[in-house]
Ligand binder design. Structure first.
Ligand SMILES: [Zn+2]
Length: 62
């Protein structure tokens, strides 16, 4: 599972349906939903973290 910070749960949570996008400036961003409350969770990833996230089942959209 990929972890991220949920604003509503105020802590690290597992992210459901993670998708990785690349922004216009080249930054990689992971988007998904908190497994606990369903709130949208986003996270900026380094290139290295992108590889790890893909290995952990994130969908690639770039
Ligand atoms: Zn949450």
């Amino acid at each position: 599972m990929i972890r991220g910070y949920c604003m509503r749960c105020k802590g690290e949570v597992d992210i459901r349906s993670p998708i990785i996008r690349q922004l216009a400036n080249g930054t990689y961003m992971l988007e998904g939903y908190c497994i606990n409350c369903g709130t949208k969770v986003t996270k900026i990833l380094s290139k290295e973290e992108v590889e790890i996230a893909l290995d952990n089942g994130a969908k690639k959209e770039f």
